[in-house]
Design a protein around this ligand. Structure first.
Ligand SMILES: Cc1cc2nc3c(=O)[nH]c(=O)nc-3n(C[C@H](O)[C@H](O)[C@H](O)COP(=O)(O)OP(=O)(O)OC[C@H]3O[C@@H](n4cnc5c(N)ncnc54)[C@H](O)[C@@H]3O)c2cc1C
Length: 538
């Protein structure tokens, strides 16, 4: 099969570029080795923020992030949620000067706020601080608030992928690219293997985009391209997840080494994040450690001690594909993005996208697509900033939806949040509304929709799309039922569904163990062992 462009990698940059090129009328094929959003994109803090941190060192990153945040709100208004932040400033001589400096800094940041439809910052005194966020402790000179936006990164990838597909792209989930070679006609031949059924694919394309994030150097070497040209400095980041929203605001804190960390309400949970450490391990198996959890909790507890009494229900971890520089601290590395043209490596038509942010993925994808379109679709223009993502076509009223389909308001609200107007497609044909995961609550019809309309093939894929099993029960109440549905819908034997549910529970338990105290960790170890034993029996 001959395509115009082959995109390797189904993170936000790969799915973003596939959507942009498909909307321009090009024939696109996309291969994703694990699942869409498996990498950094599905494990980020989900902030479509303006990058206030980068204002001093990379003001370009701040501006492009703010502009793209505005565009993302325009094309998927249902998917974004507001996160106002508080930055407390400790009392003392330094504190008084600091508050003036920080106030001035945020005044500069305010000039970018209209781009992302955010409120300007406010300056607070100590009294305001404790009224707004009673959980804050310590003697504070005051603080500032600033207004940011959050997004579900996994859904952002899925929606980009689905839109690409609806505009003619061919998507291959769980399919790893294994080879890349130039043909005698000057095309590229890409070989790939489906990791679930071992089916092999061989396609041809005029151009190839390596959008494999932290995997980029490995992918480059598949085409015998010099990995050093696409070198990244993989930076591991973890988050700790708590069972409910604990604060009104996102609160900034300092870790023991002075790095900025945070606690924030995120969807229906709270997350504490994030670390940023050089990573040299297996990119397909990134696991949080209890040391990383302690580092974060220690820092947050200094300003928000309630975190120590709160119930941690898990962790998640990802690896940033940061641009390579030697000798700098991880935190101070540039968050800019870069496109590498491999024409100089005797590979014309092959490009690598490295670095960047979730917040500026659309712009990065546009820059990549503009380069490719120069040769392959010269009269085309980018429309990704104005054409809605699937679900953004019109607004749906959640309460009306609840009434019409006899759903609880919570179930309807979260469906609209995740699917926008496509919530109607999710419910189409469903005669009853079985709740599979009560923590959210996730409906059986949404599980089926994930399988048939969003390329989910496993329980883990369903969880990524719906948040099934990511709440307080850790999947104990829903993984088995979800496995049954996956097996039935994909025509697999029931034992395959059970094995998938078991694999999901083991993964969740492994990610949870790092966040637990010694007693609970011992209990988890027992639960893991019994899960393993029951898995072996299935
Ligand atoms: C902890 C953390 C917090 C972050 N917080 C934020 C934030 O709040 N805001 C923000 O803007 N940015 C944030 N980022 C950065 C942002 O998440 C990344 O810059 C962005 O997601 C990178 O996307 P990507 O598509 O390049 O890479 P990825 O999302 O990592 O995608 C690469 C994909 O390539 C696939 N792949 C690899 N090899 C192959 C192969 N051979 N064949 C096929 N597929 C392959 C992988 O499976 C993977 O899915 C954060 C990152 C981390 C890790």
């Amino acid at each position: 099969m001959r395509f115009d462009v082959c995109v390797i990698g189904g993170g936000v940059n790969g799915t973003g570029v596939a959507r942009d090129l498909a909307l321009r009328g090009l024939r696109v094929v996309l291969f994703e080795r694990n699942d869409f959003a498996f990498g950094a994109s599905g494990n980020s803090s989900g902030m479509i923020h303006g990058g206030v941190r980068y204002l001093e060192t990379n003001p370009n990153v701040t501006e492009s992030s703010c502009r793209d945040s505005g565009y993302i709100q325009q094309i998927a208004p249902f998917l974004l949620f507001r996160i106002p932040f508080i930055m407390p400033i400790a009392e003392g001589k330094k504190g008084r000067i600091l508050i003036e400096l920080i106030d001035a800094y945020f005044r500069a940041y305010d000039t970018y706020q209209p781009l992302k439809h955010s409120e300007p910052h406010t300056r607070l005194d100590a009294g305001d601080l404790s009224k707004l966020e009673p959980g804050l402790v310590g003697k504070n000179a005051g603080g500032v608030t600033f207004d940011e936006w959050g997004v579900d990164g996994a859904r952002l990838c899925i929606l980009n992928a689905i839109d690409a597909e609806e505009h003619g792209a061919e998507l291959h989930n769980h399919t790893t690219v294994e080879g890349l070679a130039r043909t005698s006609e000057g095309d590229w031949e890409i070989t790939a293997r489906d990791l679930m059924d071992q089916r092999r694919h061989r396609v041809r394309a005029r151009a190839v985009v390596n959008a494999t994030g932290a995997w980029s150097p490995i992918t480059a070497s598949l085409g015998k391209l010099p990995p050093a040209k696409v070198r990244v400095r993989p930076g591991k980041g973890i988050h700790v997840v708590y069972d409910r929203r604990l604060s009104n605001y996102g609160v900034l804190a300092e870790a023991i080494d002075g790095r900025q960390i945070f606690v924030m309400p995120w969807q229906n949970v709270t997350i504490v994040g994030t670390t940023d450490d050089d990573y040299f391990g297996d990119l397909d198996d990134v696991v949080s450690t209890s040391e990383e959890v302690r580092y974060l909790v220690q820092g947050v507890a200094r300003v928000f001690p309630a975190i120590r009494a709160a119930r941690a229900i898990g962790t998640y971890a990802g690896v940033r594909p940061t641009l390579y520089e030697y000798g700098k601290l991880e935190d101070s590395l540039s968050r800019e993005h870069a496109i590498v043209d491999h024409a100089d490596d005797d590979a014309p038509g092959v490009y690598s996208m490295i670095g960047g942010k979730l917040a500026s993925f659309r712009l990065f994808s546009q820059e990549m697509s503009d380069i490719i379109a120069r040769d392959l679709a010269p009269s085309s223009v980018c429309t990704t900033h104005e054409k809605p993502l699937p679900g953004g076509e019109k607004t749906i009223d959640a309460l009306e939806l609840a009434e019409r389909h006899a759903l609880t308001p919570v179930a309807a609200r979260r469906l609209v949040f995740r699917h926008g107007a496509r919530a109607l497609d999710v419910l189409q044909g469903a005669t009853e509304h079985e709740v599979v995961c009560p923590c959210e609550p996730v409906l059986a019809s949404e599980v089926r929709h994930a399988i048939h309309a969003e390329h989910a093939r496993t329980v883990d894929d369903v969880a990524r799309r719906t948040r099934l099993g990511l709440g307080a029960c850790g999947g104990m109440r829903c993984a088995t039922r979800c496995g049954q549905i996956v097996a039935r819908e994909l025509d697999l034997p029931p034992s395959a569904g059970r094995a998938q549910a078991h694999a999901f529970l083991v993964k969740q338990a492994k990610m949870r163990a790092a966040a637990l105290g010694p007693d609970q960790a011992r209990q988890e170890a027992l639960a893991l062992a019994s899960l393993r034993a029951s898995g072996e029996r299935t």
